[in-house]
Structures are given as C-alpha cells and as structure tokens.
Design a protein around this ligand. Structure first.
Ligand SMILES: [Zn+2]
Length: 346
C-alpha cells in the first residue's frame, strides 16, 4: 500500500465543479485547497493512523521492497517535473538542486530524453554522508555539475552575524562585566551567563553558520594535504595541552590552598598572563589550518576580538585589585606570548 497525499483538492474534497488545475490533473495547484471540506485532518504522516481518500491509495507490487517503495513519492515529483517540459533532442537542461528530488529529476530526464545535455547544480558537492552530490549527479546521467550556493547572500549573512557577535562582545564585556567588577568586585551570575553565552556563540559559529565553502559540520574529514593536516593537528594538540596544563595548575594551587585569592604568577603564568587564551587561539588556528577558507580566517580574527576584549576588561579589574603587584607582573610577563623576562629572571 502506498499513499500519495498532495493536500486537499477538488477530488478528495468531492467538489462537483472541479477547478481548472484539477481538471488538468495538477492537484497540487488546486484553487479549492483551503476550503477544508471532507474527511481530512485525522492523523497524519507521523501519526499512528490517518484517513485517506480512495484515489490516494495505491497498491505496491509484492516484488517491490519497502525501501524502494518509499522512494516512489519523491521520484513521482521528479518524473512529473521532467514531464511538464521534457527537453527535446539535444536541448540543454539545468537541474537546480541535487537532493533526493533533484537527483530524481536528473535520472528521469536522462531516461525520458536520452539525447539532451543535463547540468546539475549541487550545493554540497562533497557532502561526506552522501558520497558527493556531484558524483551522484554524474551517476544519474548529468554531464556537468556546478556548485551553487548563493555565495553573495551567504557572505552577507556571515558578515552580519560576525558584526552582531562583535557588538554583543563589546556590550557584555565593556558594559555588563566591567560594571560588575567596578561595583561588586566580582561577576554577577547574570554577567557570568552572558560571558558564557558569548563564548558559546563563538564556538558555535561554524555550526550555526556553515556555508558550503566552510564545510566543517558536513565533512568531518579535513580537505587539505598532509603538511597542513600535520600543522593543524599539532596546533590543536598543543592548544589542548596548554588549556589542560593551565586548568590543572589552577586546580593544583586551589587543592593545596596556595594563592587561593592571590595573583597566580607561577607555572604557565610565568610565560603568559593569559595561557588559556593562547591555548584557545591554537585550537582556533589549528581548525583554520585543517578547514581553510576566508570564512575560517574571519572566524580566527573574531577570536582575537572576543578574547582581547575580555582580557582588557579583566586587566582593569586585576589592576584595581592587586595594584602595583599586578603592574610589576605585567612588566615581567607578556600578555599573550613574546619575550618572557619572567622565565629567565625568576
Ligand atoms: Zn481543484
């Protein structure tokens, strides 16, 4: 049994005088679709059961397995599309989109008009989980595949979201966090939450906003050669190590009740005043080396803006709390990396 449910139309609503589209067999374009008559609205595709009009029910041949049968519906869409204006002779056809229906259109046009030239546009030519849409298009019979993606639109969205994040970063760190430090000498839970939110949004940036040119989420495998791959992995491992050493050092000090409230100047803090920021930057740089693109470069610059804004706000606070001791420490140890006098002079 298989069901074809294009929505309410003249036939399944039993409307006597059928509209022009239903007379032509284009039920999806029915002008009476919104009338809401008949026995519709009971159950649905995800329900335990539902009612369907008798003309919508088709018997699936026994020889056809369930997995093939469920493809009849999307293939029917493709075949119908191909039949509405089938390319003749050696005409050229452009198929926009290479998802299930687009691939079906390529196959249907190829089967029904073997002589024509088909070009398919694939948004994700190298999708790892579907073995490359471009390759599938070739298998289906497209002679040529193009990469689509509305690049101009996507870069506009990217720049806008990046700009929003920069603005949000300034508001959170320079207004909320700074005000908390000045008034209370510590972070309020609300500012702490905002700080976490900024970093969460930053880390989520490649996932929330993921154009095909910056295929992080889609292709788990890095699209670069061995030297970049080694450099990227080395950066990420060093960054992780630095982050863990810093956290470990922090925890160790606290566990032995050393410098609990004082200024920590030992361990990784002898080399950099912000070892965790340096560690984080290595993680970002490593990811950019593994998945290089202009989008990735922008993301790395964004890290600099977010991290530096946070560091400047914290420095003001530390100077207020520790005074001269902190100024001396700043003279001895670089903010991030650089010639570290503290390492040599003790
Ligand atoms: Zn109709």
């Amino acid at each position: 049994m298989i069901l074809d449910m294009p929505g309410a139309h003249c036939v399944n609503q039993e409307i006597e005088s059928r509209c022009r589209h239903c007379r032509a067999g284009s039920y999806a374009l029915c002008e009476n679709g919104s009338l809401g008559q008949g026995s519709r609205g009971v159950g649905g595709g995800w329900g335990d059961g539902f009612t369907a009009y008798e003309t919508e029910v088709y018997r699936v041949p026994d020889a056809l397995g369930d997995e093939a049968a469920v493809m009849i519906e999307p293939l029917a869409v493709s075949v119908r599309t191909a039949l509405r204006r089938l390319p003749q002779g050696e005409e050229r056809a452009l198929v926009v989109g290479s998802g299930t229906i687009g691939l079906g259109v390529v196959q249907a046009v190829r089967a029904l008009s073997p002589g024509c030239h088909i070009t398919a546009m694939a948004r994700y030519p190298q999708h790892s989980h579907c073995q490359g849409q471009a390759e599938r298009c070739h298998q289906g019979g497209a002679g040529l595949s193009l990469r689509s993606g509305g690049t101009v639109m996507e870069s506009a969205v990217y720049f806008r979201s990046a700009l929003l994040l920069v603005v949000a970063t300034f508001v959170v760190f320079r207004l909320f966090v700074r005000r908390d430090y000045q008034r209370k000498g510590r972070l309020s839970p609300f500012s702490g939450f905002l700080e976490l939110l900024i970093w969460g949004l930053y880390m989520g940036f490649p996932y929330i906003y993921n154009p095909p040119e910056w295929a992080w989420f889609w292709s788990s495998d890095a699209p670069v050669g061995m030297p970049l791959r080694i450099a990227g992995v080395a950066c990420i491992l060093t960054g992780l190590a630095l982050a863990f050493i810093t956290m470990f050092w922090f925890g160790l000090r606290r566990a032995f009740r050393l410098e609990v409230s004082g200024l920590i100047q030992s361990g990784p803090y002898r080399v950099s005043r912000n070892p965790q920021i340096v560690g984080g930057s290595l993680l970002v740089v490593g990811s950019v080396l593994l998945w290089p693109s202009w989008y990735a470069l922008g993301w790395a610059l964004l890290y600099g803006v977010v991290a530096h804004t946070m560091v400047l706000t914290e420095e003001e606070h530390l100077r207020d709390v520790y005074g001269d001791a902190y100024v001396v420490y700043c003279e001895r140890v670089p903010r991030y990396l650089g010639f570290s006098r503290g390492l040599w002079n003790g």
